[in-house]
Ligand binder design. Structure first.
Ligand SMILES: Nc1ncnc2c1ncn2[C@@H]1O[C@H](COP(=O)(O)OP(=O)(O)OP(=O)(O)O)[C@@H](O)[C@H]1O
Ligand SMILES: [Mg+2]
Length: 386
Protein backbone atom coordinates (compact mmCIF):
# COMPACT_ATOMS: atom_id res chain seq x y z
CA UNK A 1 0.00 0.00 0.00
CA UNK A 2 1.13 3.55 -0.62
CA UNK A 3 2.03 5.28 2.61
CA UNK A 4 1.62 8.85 3.80
CA UNK A 5 4.78 10.70 2.85
CA UNK A 6 6.43 13.42 4.89
CA UNK A 7 9.07 15.78 3.54
CA UNK A 8 11.50 16.84 6.28
CA UNK A 9 13.58 19.91 5.57
CA UNK A 10 16.27 20.48 8.18
CA UNK A 11 19.88 21.56 7.88
CA UNK A 12 20.85 19.75 11.06
CA UNK A 13 21.44 16.12 10.24
CA UNK A 14 20.91 14.77 13.76
CA UNK A 15 17.57 16.42 14.24
CA UNK A 16 16.44 15.49 10.70
CA UNK A 17 17.37 11.87 11.33
CA UNK A 18 15.58 11.85 14.67
CA UNK A 19 12.30 12.98 13.13
CA UNK A 20 12.80 10.68 10.13
CA UNK A 21 13.38 7.62 12.33
CA UNK A 22 10.41 8.42 14.56
CA UNK A 23 8.15 8.79 11.53
CA UNK A 24 9.45 5.65 9.84
CA UNK A 25 8.77 3.64 12.97
CA UNK A 26 5.15 4.62 12.58
CA UNK A 27 5.12 3.56 8.97
CA UNK A 28 5.31 6.96 7.32
CA UNK A 29 7.38 7.37 4.21
CA UNK A 30 10.08 9.99 4.66
CA UNK A 31 11.75 12.27 2.15
CA UNK A 32 14.67 14.31 3.48
CA UNK A 33 16.16 17.58 2.36
CA UNK A 34 18.95 19.73 3.83
CA UNK A 35 17.79 23.04 2.44
CA UNK A 36 14.76 24.85 1.06
CA UNK A 37 16.14 24.53 -2.46
CA UNK A 38 16.69 20.81 -2.09
CA UNK A 39 13.19 20.58 -0.63
CA UNK A 40 11.71 22.36 -3.66
CA UNK A 41 13.58 20.04 -5.95
CA UNK A 42 12.34 16.94 -4.12
CA UNK A 43 8.81 18.32 -4.21
CA UNK A 44 9.00 18.65 -7.97
CA UNK A 45 9.85 14.95 -8.20
CA UNK A 46 6.96 13.76 -6.04
CA UNK A 47 4.40 15.63 -3.97
CA UNK A 48 4.55 14.73 -0.28
CA UNK A 49 1.35 14.55 1.77
CA UNK A 50 2.80 16.81 4.45
CA UNK A 51 5.85 19.04 4.88
CA UNK A 52 7.87 19.64 8.02
CA UNK A 53 10.41 22.45 7.85
CA UNK A 54 12.99 23.61 10.33
CA UNK A 55 12.89 27.37 10.94
CA UNK A 56 16.66 27.60 10.46
CA UNK A 57 16.91 26.66 6.82
CA UNK A 58 19.77 28.81 5.64
CA UNK A 59 18.92 29.57 2.05
CA UNK A 60 15.53 31.26 2.60
CA UNK A 61 13.38 32.69 5.39
CA UNK A 62 11.07 29.91 6.45
CA UNK A 63 7.90 31.96 5.95
CA UNK A 64 9.01 32.94 2.46
CA UNK A 65 9.38 29.28 1.72
CA UNK A 66 5.80 28.69 2.94
CA UNK A 67 4.50 31.61 0.88
CA UNK A 68 6.21 30.23 -2.17
CA UNK A 69 4.57 26.82 -1.74
CA UNK A 70 1.13 28.26 -1.05
CA UNK A 71 1.22 30.16 -4.34
CA UNK A 72 1.05 26.87 -6.14
CA UNK A 73 -2.37 25.32 -6.44
CA UNK A 74 -1.02 21.82 -6.02
CA UNK A 75 0.28 22.70 -2.56
CA UNK A 76 -2.88 24.48 -1.42
CA UNK A 77 -3.95 21.46 0.66
CA UNK A 78 -0.55 20.28 1.86
CA UNK A 79 -0.12 20.80 5.59
CA UNK A 80 3.12 22.64 6.37
CA UNK A 81 4.52 22.68 9.89
CA UNK A 82 7.55 24.52 11.22
CA UNK A 83 9.89 23.35 13.97
CA UNK A 84 11.99 25.95 15.69
CA UNK A 85 14.88 25.33 18.07
CA UNK A 86 14.88 29.00 18.93
CA UNK A 87 11.22 30.08 18.98
CA UNK A 88 10.37 33.63 18.05
CA UNK A 89 6.80 35.03 18.28
CA UNK A 90 7.29 37.28 15.23
CA UNK A 91 8.55 34.42 13.17
CA UNK A 92 5.61 32.30 14.31
CA UNK A 93 3.18 35.03 13.23
CA UNK A 94 4.84 35.33 9.83
CA UNK A 95 4.72 31.57 9.35
CA UNK A 96 1.06 31.26 10.23
CA UNK A 97 0.14 34.25 8.09
CA UNK A 98 2.02 32.78 5.17
CA UNK A 99 -0.18 29.69 5.40
CA UNK A 100 1.78 27.46 7.76
CA UNK A 101 -0.36 25.13 9.84
CA UNK A 102 1.63 24.68 13.04
CA UNK A 103 4.69 26.18 14.67
CA UNK A 104 6.37 23.83 17.12
CA UNK A 105 9.18 24.38 19.57
CA UNK A 106 11.63 21.57 18.87
CA UNK A 107 11.54 18.77 21.46
CA UNK A 108 10.83 15.06 21.73
CA UNK A 109 7.38 15.97 23.00
CA UNK A 110 6.54 18.26 20.07
CA UNK A 111 7.71 15.56 17.67
CA UNK A 112 5.10 13.25 19.15
CA UNK A 113 2.45 15.98 19.05
CA UNK A 114 3.26 16.57 15.38
CA UNK A 115 2.97 12.87 14.51
CA UNK A 116 -0.34 12.62 16.32
CA UNK A 117 -1.58 15.65 14.40
CA UNK A 118 -0.67 14.41 10.93
CA UNK A 119 -3.95 12.66 10.12
CA UNK A 120 -6.19 15.36 11.65
CA UNK A 121 -4.19 18.01 9.76
CA UNK A 122 -4.59 16.21 6.45
CA UNK A 123 -8.29 15.87 7.10
CA UNK A 124 -8.73 19.49 8.17
CA UNK A 125 -6.90 20.82 5.09
CA UNK A 126 -9.16 18.80 2.85
CA UNK A 127 -12.20 20.34 4.50
CA UNK A 128 -10.89 23.88 4.47
CA UNK A 129 -10.06 23.76 0.76
CA UNK A 130 -12.61 21.56 -0.90
CA UNK A 131 -11.67 21.02 -4.51
CA UNK A 132 -14.54 20.19 -6.89
CA UNK A 133 -17.30 18.48 -4.98
CA UNK A 134 -15.83 16.85 -1.92
CA UNK A 135 -17.08 13.47 -0.87
CA UNK A 136 -16.53 11.89 2.50
CA UNK A 137 -14.36 8.79 2.78
CA UNK A 138 -16.50 5.71 2.27
CA UNK A 139 -15.51 2.57 4.22
CA UNK A 140 -17.55 -0.59 3.98
CA UNK A 141 -17.37 -3.43 6.51
CA UNK A 142 -17.92 -6.90 5.09
CA UNK A 143 -17.54 -10.52 5.98
CA UNK A 144 -17.87 -13.72 4.02
CA UNK A 145 -19.66 -15.39 6.90
CA UNK A 146 -22.00 -14.20 9.63
CA UNK A 147 -21.09 -13.90 13.30
CA UNK A 148 -17.49 -12.84 12.69
CA UNK A 149 -17.88 -9.63 14.70
CA UNK A 150 -18.35 -7.27 11.74
CA UNK A 151 -21.01 -5.07 13.35
CA UNK A 152 -19.27 -4.71 16.72
CA UNK A 153 -15.95 -3.88 15.05
CA UNK A 154 -17.58 -1.39 12.71
CA UNK A 155 -19.20 0.48 15.62
CA UNK A 156 -16.04 0.48 17.75
CA UNK A 157 -13.80 1.59 14.88
CA UNK A 158 -16.28 4.40 14.08
CA UNK A 159 -15.94 5.45 17.72
CA UNK A 160 -12.11 5.51 17.50
CA UNK A 161 -12.30 7.45 14.26
CA UNK A 162 -14.50 10.07 15.96
CA UNK A 163 -11.93 10.39 18.74
CA UNK A 164 -9.07 10.72 16.27
CA UNK A 165 -10.74 13.12 13.85
CA UNK A 166 -12.16 15.63 16.26
CA UNK A 167 -12.99 18.14 13.57
CA UNK A 168 -14.54 15.61 11.18
CA UNK A 169 -18.08 14.31 11.05
CA UNK A 170 -18.74 10.58 10.99
CA UNK A 171 -21.82 8.59 10.03
CA UNK A 172 -22.43 4.88 10.40
CA UNK A 173 -25.06 3.20 8.23
CA UNK A 174 -26.46 -0.23 8.94
CA UNK A 175 -27.24 -1.93 5.63
CA UNK A 176 -27.38 -5.50 6.86
CA UNK A 177 -30.51 -7.13 5.50
CA UNK A 178 -32.97 -8.38 6.51
CA UNK A 179 -32.15 -7.31 10.10
CA UNK A 180 -29.61 -4.74 11.21
CA UNK A 181 -27.92 -4.80 14.60
CA UNK A 182 -26.35 -1.36 15.03
CA UNK A 183 -29.44 -0.03 16.80
CA UNK A 184 -29.10 -2.90 19.27
CA UNK A 185 -25.35 -2.39 19.75
CA UNK A 186 -25.67 1.38 20.29
CA UNK A 187 -28.93 1.29 22.22
CA UNK A 188 -31.32 3.08 19.86
CA UNK A 189 -34.97 2.10 20.17
CA UNK A 190 -36.83 4.53 17.93
CA UNK A 191 -38.47 4.07 14.53
CA UNK A 192 -36.09 6.03 12.32
CA UNK A 193 -34.17 3.75 9.98
CA UNK A 194 -32.71 3.12 6.55
CA UNK A 195 -35.94 1.65 5.21
CA UNK A 196 -37.88 4.83 6.10
CA UNK A 197 -35.19 6.98 4.46
CA UNK A 198 -35.32 4.82 1.31
CA UNK A 199 -39.02 5.65 0.91
CA UNK A 200 -38.35 9.39 0.65
CA UNK A 201 -38.40 11.16 -2.68
CA UNK A 202 -34.87 12.06 -3.80
CA UNK A 203 -35.61 15.78 -3.42
CA UNK A 204 -36.60 15.26 0.23
CA UNK A 205 -33.51 13.22 1.05
CA UNK A 206 -30.91 16.00 1.16
CA UNK A 207 -27.67 16.42 3.12
CA UNK A 208 -29.50 18.74 5.49
CA UNK A 209 -32.22 16.19 6.03
CA UNK A 210 -29.66 13.52 6.93
CA UNK A 211 -27.67 15.83 9.20
CA UNK A 212 -30.85 16.72 11.04
CA UNK A 213 -32.34 13.26 11.30
CA UNK A 214 -29.55 10.77 11.84
CA UNK A 215 -29.44 9.49 15.40
CA UNK A 216 -26.66 10.37 17.83
CA UNK A 217 -26.63 7.34 20.17
CA UNK A 218 -26.10 8.40 23.78
CA UNK A 219 -22.75 6.71 24.47
CA UNK A 220 -21.22 7.11 21.03
CA UNK A 221 -19.58 9.93 19.07
CA UNK A 222 -20.95 9.34 15.57
CA UNK A 223 -24.31 9.70 13.84
CA UNK A 224 -26.22 6.54 13.05
CA UNK A 225 -28.59 5.57 10.30
CA UNK A 226 -30.06 2.42 11.87
CA UNK A 227 -30.91 -0.57 9.72
CA UNK A 228 -33.98 -2.64 9.16
CA UNK A 229 -35.54 -3.67 12.50
CA UNK A 230 -37.11 -6.90 11.18
CA UNK A 231 -37.44 -8.95 7.97
CA UNK A 232 -40.96 -7.63 7.30
CA UNK A 233 -39.74 -4.04 7.25
CA UNK A 234 -36.78 -5.01 5.05
CA UNK A 235 -39.31 -6.04 2.39
CA UNK A 236 -40.23 -2.35 2.02
CA UNK A 237 -36.65 -1.27 1.27
CA UNK A 238 -36.58 0.87 -1.84
CA UNK A 239 -33.40 -0.65 -3.21
CA UNK A 240 -33.11 1.75 -6.13
CA UNK A 241 -32.55 4.61 -3.68
CA UNK A 242 -29.61 2.95 -1.91
CA UNK A 243 -26.80 4.47 -4.05
CA UNK A 244 -28.28 7.94 -3.66
CA UNK A 245 -28.52 7.55 0.12
CA UNK A 246 -24.82 6.70 0.30
CA UNK A 247 -23.93 9.51 -2.08
CA UNK A 248 -25.87 12.08 -0.08
CA UNK A 249 -24.34 10.82 3.16
CA UNK A 250 -20.89 11.31 1.65
CA UNK A 251 -21.75 14.89 0.82
CA UNK A 252 -22.98 15.48 4.37
CA UNK A 253 -20.25 13.66 6.34
CA UNK A 254 -16.46 13.44 6.17
CA UNK A 255 -16.47 9.71 6.89
CA UNK A 256 -19.24 7.23 6.09
CA UNK A 257 -18.93 3.71 7.46
CA UNK A 258 -21.30 1.07 6.16
CA UNK A 259 -22.02 -2.21 7.92
CA UNK A 260 -22.88 -4.68 5.16
CA UNK A 261 -22.30 -7.82 7.19
CA UNK A 262 -22.29 -10.69 4.75
CA UNK A 263 -24.93 -9.21 2.48
CA UNK A 264 -23.05 -9.41 -0.79
CA UNK A 265 -25.75 -8.60 -3.30
CA UNK A 266 -26.80 -6.44 -6.19
CA UNK A 267 -27.62 -3.78 -3.57
CA UNK A 268 -24.23 -3.79 -1.90
CA UNK A 269 -21.96 -4.48 -4.87
CA UNK A 270 -22.09 -1.02 -6.52
CA UNK A 271 -21.46 0.60 -3.14
CA UNK A 272 -18.56 -1.76 -2.41
CA UNK A 273 -17.10 -0.97 -5.84
CA UNK A 274 -17.25 2.71 -5.03
CA UNK A 275 -15.78 2.41 -1.52
CA UNK A 276 -12.41 3.94 -0.68
CA UNK A 277 -11.77 1.21 1.88
CA UNK A 278 -13.34 -2.26 2.09
CA UNK A 279 -12.70 -3.80 5.51
CA UNK A 280 -12.98 -7.55 5.19
CA UNK A 281 -13.52 -9.17 8.58
CA UNK A 282 -12.55 -12.78 8.95
CA UNK A 283 -12.30 -15.17 11.85
CA UNK A 284 -9.65 -17.84 12.18
CA UNK A 285 -11.62 -20.94 11.24
CA UNK A 286 -10.92 -22.73 7.99
CA UNK A 287 -14.40 -22.37 6.53
CA UNK A 288 -14.52 -18.58 7.03
CA UNK A 289 -11.04 -18.14 5.57
CA UNK A 290 -11.94 -20.29 2.55
CA UNK A 291 -15.17 -18.35 1.97
CA UNK A 292 -13.24 -15.10 2.40
CA UNK A 293 -10.78 -16.16 -0.29
CA UNK A 294 -13.66 -16.79 -2.70
CA UNK A 295 -15.24 -13.47 -1.81
CA UNK A 296 -11.94 -11.63 -2.32
CA UNK A 297 -11.48 -13.26 -5.74
CA UNK A 298 -15.00 -12.23 -6.66
CA UNK A 299 -14.41 -8.66 -5.48
CA UNK A 300 -11.30 -8.48 -7.59
CA UNK A 301 -13.24 -9.73 -10.63
CA UNK A 302 -15.76 -7.00 -9.95
CA UNK A 303 -13.08 -4.35 -10.08
CA UNK A 304 -12.52 -3.75 -6.37
CA UNK A 305 -8.82 -2.90 -6.33
CA UNK A 306 -6.72 -4.90 -3.90
CA UNK A 307 -5.18 -1.68 -2.55
CA UNK A 308 -8.58 -0.74 -1.17
CA UNK A 309 -9.13 -4.00 0.66
CA UNK A 310 -8.28 -4.11 4.34
CA UNK A 311 -8.41 -7.71 5.52
CA UNK A 312 -8.54 -8.09 9.28
CA UNK A 313 -8.58 -11.09 11.51
CA UNK A 314 -10.93 -11.07 14.45
CA UNK A 315 -10.17 -13.68 17.09
CA UNK A 316 -13.84 -13.96 18.01
CA UNK A 317 -13.45 -17.43 19.53
CA UNK A 318 -10.05 -17.29 21.19
CA UNK A 319 -6.77 -18.71 20.07
CA UNK A 320 -7.81 -21.98 18.49
CA UNK A 321 -8.04 -22.23 14.72
CA UNK A 322 -5.71 -21.02 11.99
CA UNK A 323 -2.76 -18.76 12.66
CA UNK A 324 -2.49 -15.46 10.85
CA UNK A 325 0.24 -16.88 8.59
CA UNK A 326 -1.90 -19.90 7.70
CA UNK A 327 -4.85 -17.67 6.88
CA UNK A 328 -2.65 -15.39 4.75
CA UNK A 329 -1.37 -18.37 2.81
CA UNK A 330 -4.92 -19.35 1.86
CA UNK A 331 -5.97 -15.77 1.14
CA UNK A 332 -2.83 -14.90 -0.84
CA UNK A 333 -3.02 -11.40 0.61
CA UNK A 334 -1.62 -9.90 3.80
CA UNK A 335 -3.86 -9.46 6.83
CA UNK A 336 -3.58 -5.86 7.98
CA UNK A 337 -4.49 -6.26 11.62
CA UNK A 338 -5.66 -8.72 14.24
CA UNK A 339 -8.30 -7.99 16.87
CA UNK A 340 -7.54 -10.01 20.01
CA UNK A 341 -10.00 -12.28 21.74
CA UNK A 342 -11.81 -10.11 24.26
CA UNK A 343 -13.40 -12.91 26.29
CA UNK A 344 -16.77 -11.67 27.51
CA UNK A 345 -15.77 -7.98 27.31
CA UNK A 346 -17.27 -7.30 23.90
CA UNK A 347 -20.55 -9.05 24.74
CA UNK A 348 -20.78 -7.09 28.00
CA UNK A 349 -20.07 -3.76 26.32
CA UNK A 350 -22.56 -4.55 23.53
CA UNK A 351 -25.21 -5.55 26.04
CA UNK A 352 -24.80 -2.21 27.80
CA UNK A 353 -24.72 -0.32 24.49
CA UNK A 354 -21.32 1.22 25.17
CA UNK A 355 -18.06 1.21 23.22
CA UNK A 356 -15.26 -1.06 24.44
CA UNK A 357 -13.13 2.01 25.21
CA UNK A 358 -15.75 3.23 27.69
CA UNK A 359 -16.45 -0.06 29.42
CA UNK A 360 -12.95 -1.57 29.25
CA UNK A 361 -10.48 1.24 28.56
CA UNK A 362 -7.46 -1.02 29.18
CA UNK A 363 -8.54 -3.81 26.82
CA UNK A 364 -5.80 -4.17 24.22
CA UNK A 365 -8.46 -4.24 21.47
CA UNK A 366 -8.72 -0.46 21.92
CA UNK A 367 -5.23 -0.04 20.45
CA UNK A 368 -6.25 -2.10 17.45
CA UNK A 369 -9.38 0.00 16.90
CA UNK A 370 -7.27 3.15 17.12
CA UNK A 371 -4.75 1.76 14.65
CA UNK A 372 -7.57 0.76 12.30
CA UNK A 373 -9.04 4.25 12.50
CA UNK A 374 -5.67 5.77 11.54
CA UNK A 375 -5.14 3.30 8.69
CA UNK A 376 -8.66 3.66 7.33
CA UNK A 377 -8.34 7.43 7.23
CA UNK A 378 -4.92 7.08 5.56
CA UNK A 379 -6.25 4.66 2.94
CA UNK A 380 -9.25 6.91 2.37
CA UNK A 381 -7.15 10.00 1.83
CA UNK A 382 -4.75 8.11 -0.41
CA UNK A 383 -7.44 6.55 -2.62
CA UNK A 384 -9.21 9.87 -2.94
CA UNK A 385 -5.95 11.55 -3.90
CA UNK A 386 -5.81 8.98 -6.70
N1 LIG B 1 -12.73 -10.39 19.32
C1 LIG B 1 -13.80 -10.83 20.01
N2 LIG B 1 -13.67 -11.21 21.29
C2 LIG B 1 -14.71 -11.63 21.99
N3 LIG B 1 -15.96 -11.74 21.52
C3 LIG B 1 -16.17 -11.40 20.25
C4 LIG B 1 -15.11 -10.91 19.44
N4 LIG B 1 -15.61 -10.61 18.22
C5 LIG B 1 -16.92 -10.91 18.26
N5 LIG B 1 -17.27 -11.39 19.48
C6 LIG B 1 -18.61 -11.84 19.90
O1 LIG B 1 -19.37 -12.17 18.75
C7 LIG B 1 -20.63 -11.55 18.84
C8 LIG B 1 -21.15 -11.27 17.45
O2 LIG B 1 -20.62 -10.06 17.01
P1 LIG B 1 -21.33 -9.17 15.89
O3 LIG B 1 -22.78 -9.10 16.05
O4 LIG B 1 -20.57 -7.90 15.87
O5 LIG B 1 -20.98 -10.07 14.63
P2 LIG B 1 -21.51 -9.95 13.15
O6 LIG B 1 -20.45 -10.52 12.29
O7 LIG B 1 -21.94 -8.58 12.88
O8 LIG B 1 -22.75 -10.93 13.21
P3 LIG B 1 -23.99 -11.03 12.20
O9 LIG B 1 -23.57 -11.98 11.14
O10 LIG B 1 -25.07 -11.54 13.05
O11 LIG B 1 -24.26 -9.66 11.68
C9 LIG B 1 -20.43 -10.33 19.70
O12 LIG B 1 -21.57 -10.00 20.40
C10 LIG B 1 -19.36 -10.76 20.66
O13 LIG B 1 -19.97 -11.35 21.76
MG1 LIG C 1 -23.70 -7.86 12.06
Amino acid sequence: MTRISVLIIDTDEASRQFLAKTLQKQDFQVIEAESAMEGLQKISESIPHIISCDANILDMRVYEFIQRLRQEKKFANTPIVVFSGDPDPDEMDHCLQAGGNEYYVKSGQSTNTFIKNIMPLLSAMKEAHPEEEEKGVLSVFLSAKGGTGTSSLCANVAMSLSRLMTSSTIALVDMVLPIGSQALITGYEGDFNLIEVSKLEPEEMTSDYLLENLIRPENWLFDLLPGSPDPGTAGDFNVSHAPNIIDTLRKAYDYVLVDFGRSFSRISLPIIQEADVAVMVLSNDLSTVTLTKRTLDYMQEQGVHQERIYPMLNRAVGLEGLTKAEAEKILEIGIRTTVPYMRSNLTLANNQNVPIETKFPTDSANFVFKQMAVEISQMGILTQAG
